[in-house]
Design a protein. Sequence first.
Length: 131
Amino acid sequence: RRRRRRLPRGSSSTPTIGVDPSSFSVVSVQPNENPTEPYLPIQQVTFTFTKGVLPTNVFYEIDPPTEAVVRQGAEKNQIIISSKTAWKEGSTIITLLQKTTSIEGLSLSKPSTYMLKTGYPRTAPPDAIME
């Protein structure tokens, strides 16, 4: 007869892969980087980190150069970057620099680059009123 080993409360038998809990890094970015259709030029971009971060501690570069606003996301480990007016049509690259720091003072483990593809719809949606 086989005995089941009991795990301590709060632990999991599934190991966490790829994220060092002691490091500060980006774990996800929304929206997805490779859409089938480009996003509208007013799209906001949400970065989720392994630790809490304040908008004032986020350092970034945007290519092509675009004035942007950084604000706190829904969670303390999220920030939202949006264009003050609109992203230029085409591809915009947002790079979070290593001097970005967590609330605890940890520096970003490596730069994080995200490409946003934007454009306007080429065809009218099916529910558009045509005159």
